[in-house]
Design a protein around this ligand. Structure first.
Ligand code: NAP
Length: 343
Protein backbone atom coordinates (compact mmCIF):
# COMPACT_ATOMS: atom_id res chain seq x y z
CA UNK A 1 0.00 0.00 0.00
CA UNK A 2 1.64 3.22 -1.19
CA UNK A 3 1.93 6.08 1.23
CA UNK A 4 2.32 9.45 -0.42
CA UNK A 5 2.78 13.00 0.72
CA UNK A 6 -0.40 14.92 0.04
CA UNK A 7 -0.59 18.71 -0.21
CA UNK A 8 -4.02 20.17 0.53
CA UNK A 9 -5.70 23.60 0.38
CA UNK A 10 -7.35 24.15 3.76
CA UNK A 11 -9.95 26.79 4.70
CA UNK A 12 -8.48 28.69 7.64
CA UNK A 13 -11.77 30.07 8.92
CA UNK A 14 -15.19 31.06 7.65
CA UNK A 15 -15.15 34.15 5.47
CA UNK A 16 -17.24 37.30 5.44
CA UNK A 17 -16.85 40.02 2.83
CA UNK A 18 -14.33 39.62 0.05
CA UNK A 19 -12.30 36.40 0.33
CA UNK A 20 -8.52 36.73 0.68
CA UNK A 21 -5.73 34.40 -0.26
CA UNK A 22 -4.89 34.14 3.45
CA UNK A 23 -8.34 32.69 4.18
CA UNK A 24 -6.78 29.44 2.95
CA UNK A 25 -3.41 27.80 3.46
CA UNK A 26 -1.57 24.86 1.94
CA UNK A 27 -0.67 22.03 4.30
CA UNK A 28 1.07 18.74 3.72
CA UNK A 29 0.47 15.36 5.31
CA UNK A 30 0.84 11.71 4.33
CA UNK A 31 -1.93 9.57 2.90
CA UNK A 32 -2.25 5.80 2.45
CA UNK A 33 -3.57 5.26 -1.07
CA UNK A 34 -6.04 2.53 -0.11
CA UNK A 35 -9.83 2.38 -0.20
CA UNK A 36 -11.51 1.36 3.05
CA UNK A 37 -12.68 -2.30 3.02
CA UNK A 38 -15.96 -2.65 1.06
CA UNK A 39 -15.93 0.95 -0.22
CA UNK A 40 -17.67 1.66 -3.53
CA UNK A 41 -15.64 4.84 -3.91
CA UNK A 42 -12.34 5.63 -5.60
CA UNK A 43 -8.81 6.71 -4.83
CA UNK A 44 -7.82 9.42 -7.32
CA UNK A 45 -4.85 11.53 -8.29
CA UNK A 46 -6.10 15.06 -8.92
CA UNK A 47 -4.90 16.64 -12.16
CA UNK A 48 -6.87 19.87 -12.69
CA UNK A 49 -9.01 21.87 -10.26
CA UNK A 50 -11.72 24.32 -11.20
CA UNK A 51 -12.09 27.75 -9.56
CA UNK A 52 -15.80 28.55 -9.47
CA UNK A 53 -17.62 31.57 -8.01
CA UNK A 54 -20.15 29.40 -6.08
CA UNK A 55 -17.23 28.27 -3.90
CA UNK A 56 -17.39 31.67 -2.20
CA UNK A 57 -20.78 30.69 -0.79
CA UNK A 58 -19.24 27.55 0.65
CA UNK A 59 -16.54 29.59 2.41
CA UNK A 60 -19.23 31.17 4.61
CA UNK A 61 -20.93 29.49 7.51
CA UNK A 62 -24.33 29.14 5.86
CA UNK A 63 -27.22 29.55 8.25
CA UNK A 64 -29.90 29.06 5.61
CA UNK A 65 -30.85 26.17 3.37
CA UNK A 66 -28.77 26.18 0.20
CA UNK A 67 -28.02 23.83 -2.67
CA UNK A 68 -24.44 23.68 -1.39
CA UNK A 69 -22.94 22.96 2.03
CA UNK A 70 -20.36 25.12 3.76
CA UNK A 71 -16.77 23.96 3.62
CA UNK A 72 -15.53 22.85 7.05
CA UNK A 73 -13.17 25.39 8.50
CA UNK A 74 -9.80 23.77 9.22
CA UNK A 75 -10.43 21.11 6.52
CA UNK A 76 -9.43 20.86 2.85
CA UNK A 77 -11.86 22.51 0.47
CA UNK A 78 -13.56 20.60 -2.33
CA UNK A 79 -14.72 21.47 -5.82
CA UNK A 80 -14.94 20.34 -9.41
CA UNK A 81 -11.84 18.80 -10.91
CA UNK A 82 -10.36 16.27 -13.29
CA UNK A 83 -8.68 13.21 -11.78
CA UNK A 84 -7.13 9.85 -12.60
CA UNK A 85 -8.47 6.75 -10.88
CA UNK A 86 -5.82 4.84 -8.92
CA UNK A 87 -8.13 2.31 -7.23
CA UNK A 88 -11.85 1.73 -7.60
CA UNK A 89 -14.60 0.02 -5.65
CA UNK A 90 -17.09 1.02 -8.38
CA UNK A 91 -17.42 -1.65 -11.09
CA UNK A 92 -17.92 1.09 -13.72
CA UNK A 93 -14.50 2.61 -13.05
CA UNK A 94 -11.08 1.04 -13.14
CA UNK A 95 -7.49 2.03 -12.49
CA UNK A 96 -6.27 4.48 -15.14
CA UNK A 97 -9.73 5.85 -15.99
CA UNK A 98 -10.15 9.61 -16.08
CA UNK A 99 -13.08 11.31 -14.36
CA UNK A 100 -14.43 14.81 -13.78
CA UNK A 101 -16.64 15.91 -10.91
CA UNK A 102 -16.39 16.68 -7.22
CA UNK A 103 -13.02 16.05 -5.64
CA UNK A 104 -10.70 17.50 -3.00
CA UNK A 105 -8.35 20.47 -3.39
CA UNK A 106 -5.38 18.19 -2.76
CA UNK A 107 -2.97 16.02 -4.69
CA UNK A 108 -4.72 12.75 -3.92
CA UNK A 109 -8.27 12.11 -2.72
CA UNK A 110 -10.11 9.14 -1.31
CA UNK A 111 -13.70 9.68 -2.44
CA UNK A 112 -16.29 7.59 -0.61
CA UNK A 113 -18.77 7.70 -3.46
CA UNK A 114 -18.57 8.05 -7.24
CA UNK A 115 -22.02 9.63 -7.50
CA UNK A 116 -20.64 13.08 -8.28
CA UNK A 117 -18.17 11.81 -10.90
CA UNK A 118 -18.48 11.50 -14.68
CA UNK A 119 -16.23 9.08 -16.56
CA UNK A 120 -14.27 10.82 -19.34
CA UNK A 121 -14.63 9.02 -22.67
CA UNK A 122 -13.14 11.60 -25.03
CA UNK A 123 -9.47 12.38 -24.51
CA UNK A 124 -8.70 13.92 -27.93
CA UNK A 125 -9.39 17.36 -26.42
CA UNK A 126 -7.41 19.09 -23.65
CA UNK A 127 -8.21 17.31 -20.36
CA UNK A 128 -8.48 20.63 -18.54
CA UNK A 129 -11.58 21.35 -20.68
CA UNK A 130 -13.48 19.05 -18.32
CA UNK A 131 -13.23 21.80 -15.69
CA UNK A 132 -14.79 24.24 -18.17
CA UNK A 133 -16.33 23.86 -21.60
CA UNK A 134 -16.83 20.09 -21.20
CA UNK A 135 -17.70 20.22 -17.52
CA UNK A 136 -19.92 22.14 -15.14
CA UNK A 137 -19.54 25.63 -16.72
CA UNK A 138 -20.23 24.24 -20.20
CA UNK A 139 -23.38 22.52 -18.98
CA UNK A 140 -24.39 25.75 -17.23
CA UNK A 141 -24.10 27.78 -20.43
CA UNK A 142 -26.01 25.12 -22.36
CA UNK A 143 -28.82 24.62 -19.84
CA UNK A 144 -29.28 28.33 -19.16
CA UNK A 145 -29.35 29.37 -22.80
CA UNK A 146 -31.10 26.44 -24.51
CA UNK A 147 -33.41 25.16 -21.76
CA UNK A 148 -34.41 28.41 -20.07
CA UNK A 149 -34.24 30.94 -22.90
CA UNK A 150 -35.19 28.94 -26.05
CA UNK A 151 -33.22 31.28 -28.35
CA UNK A 152 -34.40 32.00 -31.89
CA UNK A 153 -32.39 33.15 -34.87
CA UNK A 154 -32.12 36.92 -35.03
CA UNK A 155 -32.91 37.54 -31.35
CA UNK A 156 -30.96 40.10 -29.30
CA UNK A 157 -28.86 38.45 -26.61
CA UNK A 158 -26.92 40.11 -23.83
CA UNK A 159 -24.37 38.29 -21.62
CA UNK A 160 -22.67 39.76 -18.53
CA UNK A 161 -19.32 38.45 -17.16
CA UNK A 162 -19.13 37.46 -20.80
CA UNK A 163 -15.45 36.50 -21.07
CA UNK A 164 -15.57 34.04 -18.16
CA UNK A 165 -15.97 30.28 -17.98
CA UNK A 166 -19.71 30.35 -18.67
CA UNK A 167 -20.18 33.64 -20.51
CA UNK A 168 -17.74 33.01 -23.37
CA UNK A 169 -19.74 29.88 -24.23
CA UNK A 170 -23.18 31.45 -23.93
CA UNK A 171 -22.15 34.09 -26.44
CA UNK A 172 -20.66 31.57 -28.88
CA UNK A 173 -23.69 29.25 -28.64
CA UNK A 174 -25.99 32.19 -29.30
CA UNK A 175 -23.90 33.27 -32.31
CA UNK A 176 -24.08 29.74 -33.75
CA UNK A 177 -27.87 30.02 -33.48
CA UNK A 178 -27.84 33.25 -35.48
CA UNK A 179 -28.52 35.67 -32.64
CA UNK A 180 -27.13 39.19 -32.28
CA UNK A 181 -24.87 39.00 -29.23
CA UNK A 182 -23.37 41.67 -26.99
CA UNK A 183 -21.21 40.95 -23.94
CA UNK A 184 -19.84 43.03 -21.11
CA UNK A 185 -16.64 42.46 -19.17
CA UNK A 186 -14.34 44.35 -16.84
CA UNK A 187 -11.24 45.19 -18.91
CA UNK A 188 -10.11 46.19 -22.39
CA UNK A 189 -8.30 42.87 -22.79
CA UNK A 190 -11.54 40.99 -22.10
CA UNK A 191 -13.59 43.22 -24.40
CA UNK A 192 -11.07 42.58 -27.20
CA UNK A 193 -11.37 38.83 -26.60
CA UNK A 194 -15.15 38.99 -26.83
CA UNK A 195 -15.07 40.80 -30.16
CA UNK A 196 -12.01 39.28 -31.79
CA UNK A 197 -11.79 35.74 -30.45
CA UNK A 198 -15.33 34.72 -29.46
CA UNK A 199 -17.09 36.53 -32.30
CA UNK A 200 -19.53 38.62 -30.25
CA UNK A 201 -21.13 41.34 -32.37
CA UNK A 202 -20.31 44.00 -29.79
CA UNK A 203 -18.77 44.20 -26.33
CA UNK A 204 -18.18 46.90 -23.72
CA UNK A 205 -16.31 47.45 -20.48
CA UNK A 206 -19.01 47.95 -17.85
CA UNK A 207 -16.49 49.61 -15.51
CA UNK A 208 -16.16 52.50 -17.96
CA UNK A 209 -19.91 53.06 -18.29
CA UNK A 210 -21.22 55.54 -15.70
CA UNK A 211 -24.79 54.92 -16.97
CA UNK A 212 -25.46 51.23 -17.69
CA UNK A 213 -28.96 51.97 -18.96
CA UNK A 214 -27.53 54.35 -21.57
CA UNK A 215 -24.85 51.81 -22.53
CA UNK A 216 -27.45 49.09 -23.11
CA UNK A 217 -29.62 51.48 -25.13
CA UNK A 218 -26.58 52.16 -27.32
CA UNK A 219 -25.95 48.47 -28.02
CA UNK A 220 -29.60 47.38 -28.08
CA UNK A 221 -31.63 50.22 -29.63
CA UNK A 222 -34.44 47.68 -30.19
CA UNK A 223 -34.13 46.11 -26.72
CA UNK A 224 -32.99 42.76 -25.34
CA UNK A 225 -34.75 39.44 -26.00
CA UNK A 226 -32.48 37.28 -23.84
CA UNK A 227 -30.32 38.25 -20.89
CA UNK A 228 -27.92 35.66 -19.49
CA UNK A 229 -27.46 37.01 -15.97
CA UNK A 230 -24.10 36.38 -14.30
CA UNK A 231 -23.59 39.48 -12.18
CA UNK A 232 -26.83 40.90 -10.67
CA UNK A 233 -27.01 44.27 -8.90
CA UNK A 234 -27.05 47.46 -10.96
CA UNK A 235 -26.59 45.55 -14.21
CA UNK A 236 -29.82 43.62 -13.70
CA UNK A 237 -31.70 46.84 -12.99
CA UNK A 238 -30.36 48.39 -16.19
CA UNK A 239 -31.26 45.31 -18.23
CA UNK A 240 -34.83 45.34 -16.88
CA UNK A 241 -35.24 48.82 -18.38
CA UNK A 242 -34.21 47.52 -21.81
CA UNK A 243 -36.27 44.37 -22.25
CA UNK A 244 -38.30 43.59 -25.34
CA UNK A 245 -41.77 42.09 -25.11
CA UNK A 246 -41.57 38.38 -24.14
CA UNK A 247 -37.94 38.67 -23.05
CA UNK A 248 -36.31 35.83 -21.11
CA UNK A 249 -33.76 36.24 -18.33
CA UNK A 250 -31.79 33.17 -17.22
CA UNK A 251 -30.58 33.95 -13.72
CA UNK A 252 -27.36 31.98 -13.60
CA UNK A 253 -25.37 33.95 -11.05
CA UNK A 254 -25.04 37.30 -9.27
CA UNK A 255 -21.35 37.55 -8.55
CA UNK A 256 -21.55 41.28 -7.71
CA UNK A 257 -23.58 40.31 -4.63
CA UNK A 258 -21.62 37.34 -3.26
CA UNK A 259 -19.31 39.35 -0.98
CA UNK A 260 -21.79 41.96 0.23
CA UNK A 261 -23.10 41.83 3.79
CA UNK A 262 -26.40 43.26 2.53
CA UNK A 263 -27.46 42.44 -1.04
CA UNK A 264 -28.43 45.43 -3.20
CA UNK A 265 -32.11 45.72 -3.99
CA UNK A 266 -33.61 45.42 -7.48
CA UNK A 267 -35.80 48.35 -8.46
CA UNK A 268 -37.17 47.76 -11.94
CA UNK A 269 -38.99 44.44 -11.55
CA UNK A 270 -42.25 46.02 -12.73
CA UNK A 271 -40.79 45.83 -16.24
CA UNK A 272 -41.43 42.08 -16.11
CA UNK A 273 -45.14 42.84 -16.21
CA UNK A 274 -45.18 45.42 -18.94
CA UNK A 275 -42.81 43.35 -21.13
CA UNK A 276 -44.53 40.04 -20.24
CA UNK A 277 -41.00 38.80 -19.52
CA UNK A 278 -39.84 35.67 -17.72
CA UNK A 279 -36.97 35.68 -15.24
CA UNK A 280 -35.99 32.24 -13.97
CA UNK A 281 -33.17 31.01 -11.78
CA UNK A 282 -31.53 27.64 -12.24
CA UNK A 283 -28.87 25.35 -10.82
CA UNK A 284 -26.83 23.32 -13.28
CA UNK A 285 -27.04 20.19 -11.11
CA UNK A 286 -30.64 19.71 -12.22
CA UNK A 287 -29.60 19.44 -15.88
CA UNK A 288 -26.83 16.84 -15.87
CA UNK A 289 -29.17 14.30 -17.49
CA UNK A 290 -28.63 16.39 -20.64
CA UNK A 291 -24.84 15.91 -20.53
CA UNK A 292 -24.68 13.27 -23.33
CA UNK A 293 -26.81 15.50 -25.60
CA UNK A 294 -24.61 18.46 -24.71
CA UNK A 295 -21.44 16.54 -25.63
CA UNK A 296 -22.95 15.64 -29.02
CA UNK A 297 -23.31 19.36 -29.70
CA UNK A 298 -20.12 20.67 -28.22
CA UNK A 299 -17.43 18.08 -29.07
CA UNK A 300 -17.80 18.44 -32.86
CA UNK A 301 -18.01 22.23 -32.49
CA UNK A 302 -14.66 22.25 -30.66
CA UNK A 303 -13.00 19.91 -33.16
CA UNK A 304 -14.28 21.88 -36.16
CA UNK A 305 -13.12 25.15 -34.58
CA UNK A 306 -16.65 26.59 -34.42
CA UNK A 307 -16.24 27.12 -30.68
CA UNK A 308 -13.03 28.21 -28.97
CA UNK A 309 -12.30 28.20 -25.27
CA UNK A 310 -9.93 30.43 -23.34
CA UNK A 311 -8.46 29.22 -20.07
CA UNK A 312 -6.44 31.02 -17.43
CA UNK A 313 -4.12 28.37 -16.09
CA UNK A 314 -2.50 28.65 -12.64
CA UNK A 315 0.36 26.24 -12.07
CA UNK A 316 0.50 24.16 -8.90
CA UNK A 317 -1.84 23.57 -5.96
CA UNK A 318 -0.05 26.39 -4.08
CA UNK A 319 -1.43 28.87 -6.60
CA UNK A 320 -5.01 27.71 -5.89
CA UNK A 321 -6.00 30.20 -3.16
CA UNK A 322 -4.86 33.24 -5.20
CA UNK A 323 -6.52 31.91 -8.33
CA UNK A 324 -9.80 31.30 -6.50
CA UNK A 325 -10.05 34.70 -4.83
CA UNK A 326 -8.94 36.35 -8.11
CA UNK A 327 -12.38 35.54 -9.57
CA UNK A 328 -13.91 38.20 -7.35
CA UNK A 329 -11.48 40.87 -8.60
CA UNK A 330 -11.87 39.85 -12.24
CA UNK A 331 -8.22 38.75 -12.40
CA UNK A 332 -9.04 35.63 -14.44
CA UNK A 333 -9.10 35.99 -18.21
CA UNK A 334 -11.26 33.06 -19.29
CA UNK A 335 -11.87 29.88 -17.32
CA UNK A 336 -9.71 29.78 -14.18
CA UNK A 337 -8.04 26.37 -13.85
CA UNK A 338 -5.42 25.15 -11.37
CA UNK A 339 -3.01 22.47 -12.59
CA UNK A 340 -2.10 20.02 -9.84
CA UNK A 341 -0.40 17.52 -12.11
CA UNK A 342 -0.43 16.94 -15.86
CA UNK A 343 -0.27 13.12 -15.65
N1 NAP B 1 -26.54 28.56 -11.67
C1 NAP B 1 -25.54 27.70 -11.80
O1 NAP B 1 -25.72 26.48 -11.72
C2 NAP B 1 -24.17 28.24 -12.04
C3 NAP B 1 -23.12 27.41 -12.46
C4 NAP B 1 -21.87 27.99 -12.76
C5 NAP B 1 -21.68 29.36 -12.60
N2 NAP B 1 -22.72 30.11 -12.16
C6 NAP B 1 -22.56 31.57 -12.02
O2 NAP B 1 -22.22 32.08 -13.29
C7 NAP B 1 -21.47 33.27 -13.14
C8 NAP B 1 -20.20 33.17 -13.98
O3 NAP B 1 -19.41 32.10 -13.48
P1 NAP B 1 -18.04 31.73 -14.19
O4 NAP B 1 -17.59 30.43 -13.65
O5 NAP B 1 -18.21 31.91 -15.66
O6 NAP B 1 -17.07 32.86 -13.63
P2 NAP B 1 -16.06 33.75 -14.47
O7 NAP B 1 -16.90 34.69 -15.28
O8 NAP B 1 -15.10 32.89 -15.16
O9 NAP B 1 -15.28 34.56 -13.35
C9 NAP B 1 -15.93 35.50 -12.59
C10 NAP B 1 -15.95 36.88 -13.29
O10 NAP B 1 -16.99 37.66 -12.72
C11 NAP B 1 -16.69 39.01 -12.92
N3 NAP B 1 -16.95 39.77 -11.68
C12 NAP B 1 -16.36 39.63 -10.48
N4 NAP B 1 -16.87 40.51 -9.60
C13 NAP B 1 -17.80 41.23 -10.28
C14 NAP B 1 -18.67 42.30 -9.92
N5 NAP B 1 -18.68 42.81 -8.68
N6 NAP B 1 -19.48 42.80 -10.87
C15 NAP B 1 -19.48 42.30 -12.12
N7 NAP B 1 -18.68 41.28 -12.52
C16 NAP B 1 -17.86 40.75 -11.61
C17 NAP B 1 -15.21 39.11 -13.28
O11 NAP B 1 -15.11 39.43 -14.65
P3 NAP B 1 -15.03 40.96 -15.15
O12 NAP B 1 -13.57 41.30 -15.27
O13 NAP B 1 -15.74 40.91 -16.45
O14 NAP B 1 -15.70 41.81 -14.11
C18 NAP B 1 -14.70 37.69 -13.06
O15 NAP B 1 -13.67 37.37 -13.93
C19 NAP B 1 -21.22 33.43 -11.65
O16 NAP B 1 -22.18 34.32 -11.13
C20 NAP B 1 -21.45 32.05 -11.10
O17 NAP B 1 -21.82 32.04 -9.76
C21 NAP B 1 -23.94 29.59 -11.88
Amino acid sequence: MAEVSNKQVVLRDYVSGFPKESDMYVSSSTLKLKLPEGSKGVVVKNLYLSCDPYMRNRMSKLDYESYVDSFKSGSPITGYGVAKVLESGDPNLKEGDLVWGMTGWEEYSILNSTQALFKIHHTDVPLSYYTGILGMPGMTAYAGLYELCSPNKGEYVYVSAASGAVGQLVGQFAKLLGCYVVGSAGSKEKVDLLKNKFGFDEAFNYKEEPDLNAALKRYFPEGIDIYFENVGGKMLDAVLLNLRVHARIAVCGMISQYNLEQPEGVHNLMQLITKRAVMKGFVVGEYYHLYPKFLELVLPSIKQGQIVYVEDVAQGLESGPAALVGLFKGRNVGKQVVVVSRD
